[in-house]
Every structure is written in C-alpha cells, then in structure tokens.
Design a protein around this ligand. Sequence first.
Ligand code: FAD
Length: 540
Amino acid sequence: MIRINQLKLSPGHTEGELRDKIRRMLRLPEGESFCYEIVRQSIDARKKPDIYYSYTVDVRLQKEQSAAKRSRSDQVSVVSPVQYRFPPCGQRRLKHRPIVIGTGPAGLFCGYMLARHGYNPILLERGKDVDSRKKEVDRYWEGGSLNPECNVQFGEGGAGTFSDGKLNTLVKDKDGLNKEVLSIFAAAGAQESILYDGKPHIGTDILMDVVKNIRQAIVDNGGEVRFDTKVSDIVVSDDRIRAVITESGGEFLRLEAEAVVFAIGHSARDTFDMLYKRQIPMEAKSFAVGVRVEHPQKMIDVSQYGEGEHKLPPASYKLTARTKEGRGVYSFCMCPGGYVVNASSEEGRLAVNGMSYSERNGKNANSAIIVSVTPEDYESQHPLAGIAFQRRLEERAFALGQGKVPVEYYGNFKAHTKKEEKTPAIEGGYPPQIKGQWKFAEVHDIMPESLNRAFVEGMEQFERIIPGYAQDSVLLSGVESRTSSPVRITRGGNGQSVISGLYPCGEGAGYAGGIMSAAMDGIKIAEHIAREYMPFENKK
Ligand code: FAD
C-alpha cells in the first residue's frame, strides 16, 4: 500500500479534487485505476489567511513499488498497515462467567471484546440504561433532585455519555488498538469521519445511540448487561477474589467469579471506600482542578482561523502554561460550540464539566482551565486523600451556588485574587450556556488561594496566545474537580491486583484519561483475561 502524507487542499474542496491530487502526486496516467482511504485529515491554519486541509491517504493500485518510485516525492512511501489482533486464548477453564463492573468506555469495550470472543461476560452497572438515564439527568438539570446512582457520572455509557465525545488520545498505537476502538465506535453508529479526523469527536446526541448499539452487540454475542445493579462488596479469600455482592432495588445477591474487572470510573467514591476497607492496594495520585471558562465561539474561530467566513468546523484550542511557583496550568476537555454541564454525583456537592452535540453549534466555546495538584496538596497521606480534597471543593461550590452552578466573571475573580477593587460593571457580557441551574456567585472562594493565583497567572499567559482570552467578561463556572482519578488501584503486568482475579481498569483505577484511553484499557484487560482463560463453555 502507498501512503501519501501532507496532501493539501482548500476547505470546501470536492472528492474529485482529492482524487486528482493523488493522481498527480503519483504521476498516474489517466485511466489507471486506484482506490484510496483517508487515514488522517487535519486543518493547517499556521499561515493564516491561507488555510488548508492536510491529508494522509493510503492508496491501493497495481505495481505499488514502481508507482512510489516514479512519484520522486518524500511525501510518498510504501507501508504495511498494522491490523489489530486479539491474542490467542489461554488454557485455564472458567467455572463462572467473567464480571465487568461499569459500562463506561472501559467496561463497555472490555465487555464487548470478551463477548465477541466467547467469554459470555456479565456487565453490572449501578445506573440506568441510557434512555432512562437521559430522563433522570434532564430532570435534574431542570431543577429536580439529584439521583446519586444515576447522573452525569453514573449510568450506561459512563462519564463520557453526556460529553463532547472527543476521541483524542496520546497513547501510541503500535498494535492498531486505537484504530480498532474507532472502528467499533463507527460500526456502532458514530460518524465515519472519526476514522480519519485528526480531532475526532462524536457528540452526546450520537453517543447515546452508539452506546446502546455496543450494548446490543454484547448481548447478541452472549453477554448480559444488568442496570440498577451496584457492586457493594467483594468476597476475597487466600488472596483471590471469589465473588461480588450486588445491590439492586434493596436486594442483595452474591455472584461467584474468577475474573472481575473494576471499570468503575473516577467518581465511584463509595466503591473506592469499600475496596480500601477490603485492603485492595491503592495509592493517591496527582490530578488537576480548576474551573470551566466560556468565550463566544466566534472569538475562538477568529483566533484560530482569522477574520472572515470559513468553510471549517467550529475551532478548538489547546493551551498550556507553567507558573512561577512551578504549577502546570492547562486547558482540558475543550468543547467547541458546547455547554457547561452540572456533572455532580453526590448530594451537597457540585462539580461541572463540558459537553457538546455532534454539530457543535452552541454559541459559546468552553474549556476547563485546570491547575495540577499533587498528593502534597491533599493535607493527608491517606490513599483516598485526593477524594477528600475534591469533596471539600465541591461542597464549597454547592454552598456558594446554593445548589446551582456558581458562575463569576473573570474580571471579578481576578480582582479578588490580586486583591484589587472589583470593576463595578463588566462590559461586553454574554450569557453562559449551561445545562443545569446556575447563579452568579463568588467562584473565587472555591479553591485555595495558591490555586487561584496559578489559574490567573495561566489565564494571563493565555491572553498572549488568544487575544481576549482573559478579558473581564469571560465566564467562569466551578468547580472542575473530576478531571481524572485522584487514586490508582495498583495492578501488575498481568492486569491484576495482588488479589488474583481482580482487574483494575480504566480511568477510575488510574490507567486512562479520557474516552479513547479508557476504551483501549478495557480491551487490554479483556486480552489479559483471554490470555489466561479459555472461552466460557456454557454458551447461552
Ligand atoms: P466511567 O466512564 O466513569 O464509567 C464507570 C462506570 O462504572 C459508570 O457508568 C458507573 O455508573 C459505573 N460504576 C461505578 N461504580 C460502580 C459499582 N460499584 N457498581 C456498578 N457500577 C459502577 N473524555 C474524552 O475523552 N472526551 C470528552 O469529550 C470527554 N468529555 C467529558 C464530558 C463529561 C461531562 C464528563 C463527565 C467526562 C468527559 N470525559 C471526556 C471523560 C470521560 O468520560 C472519561 O475519561 C471516561 O468515561 C472514563 O471511562 P471509564 O470507563 O474508565 O469510567
């Protein structure tokens, strides 16, 4: 196969223009047939106002070696694409079906792979199926009470369901796993463009169907998914997990298993407590906290693409800074044309995050601007001290907003942090785009002063990159506390805890940060189980 890199075409180009460009690049005579696949498409806006789509394409034709030579271009090479392969199965016999706890990306992809390869997994999810979950979340956002078992963090699809559905990852793809995950998403109904877009995203509206289709594929392949079923305890003896105790509608049930995957996400604080009491080894880890910032999407488009009309998607950005005191400040989970969401999961505590629809056509761009925190910030050496730290911030956010999302203008936040007089009236304001109730409040009272200072220092550095980024009218909502897990449940090279058969997995266990890496970790754990065990015998 021939790979061509950096084929440049203007926004709004046709498919025919891309074909012509490939033909010219390979010096192919008219009439010589070929087919191609786009491997990657990205926007090159470095030399504004000249903006291009840059493509990597794989081309199939006869006599590939000679065509590559004839092109005499270093953009052209002959490649052998990597194809993902699930490993051959092990020799041990399973007496019980493997259990996967959680149906976020980690649990879903683990369950999907196990089901596809004959392991008949049982997936247990404390929240509801995605349709019932959406009703619960909408009711909460419209002012109803929080359901601590089914919300933006808990329920089918996990934390990523009400999200922007960005599918970026920094994890290297030497085994083709990244592509495998994207292909599973696409086969389940996600846009085909995720297979090549340099910044792939699905959007919450499409994700809901995708999640349902993956569940259906699990069931069709002999798996089972139980909703409203929380794992409230585990049974361990002789350093091996023997069973889990589930709680559903007030009833308790014991489920025996030799392989139990904990894909519980970063918000299952009660489950972390339970695992700690059962002496499952875990440690505190660094993460980051901050606030969501909102700007008009138009302003971000101008900063990235320049003035004028463009046939380009709503622009995104990525920003990083280092403060004088050595803290990292960076943008996280940027949602073009998105909404800030009330993403709380505990009563009396409030956390925010961001989401968007597939069209990304909201008025504002939002992003978390977060400051790194380490176990030294947690005021205790306890492995769960990071959770206590998060809870303190979330309690303040809840109290300040009286249960609603607290919102403040950046101008006022900065004046407080720098101990300056507040500006009497902020000019050029625009309304926040928030899913959930909100209220103007003193967001600057949520985080410790040292983190507020780092945040303001970061914002002032970002202003030099995106003019207007730190203007007084920028909206801040707090608190962005669930950026990644503050805990790691340790595991060895076989994917298991020192308690055999217990597989910590995904973001909550500290092995992923985002939808893609969580899904990839889910598959890696399925591979570990498959390497050890034969497929399950008692097919349904
Ligand atoms: P989770 O998705 O958190 O799933 C864990 C599941 O386990 C949950 O469904 C939970 O209900 C269940 N569970 C927990 N405890 C138990 C128990 N005891 N018994 C039974 N079930 C249990 N990442 C991106 O890459 N791109 C984005 O655009 C993006 N946007 C986001 C927007 C929002 C609003 C949020 C909240 C997160 C976003 N993220 C995004 C982060 C992403 O969602 C997570 O990284 C990812 O979901 C982690 O996957 P996971 O499977 O490890 O855990």
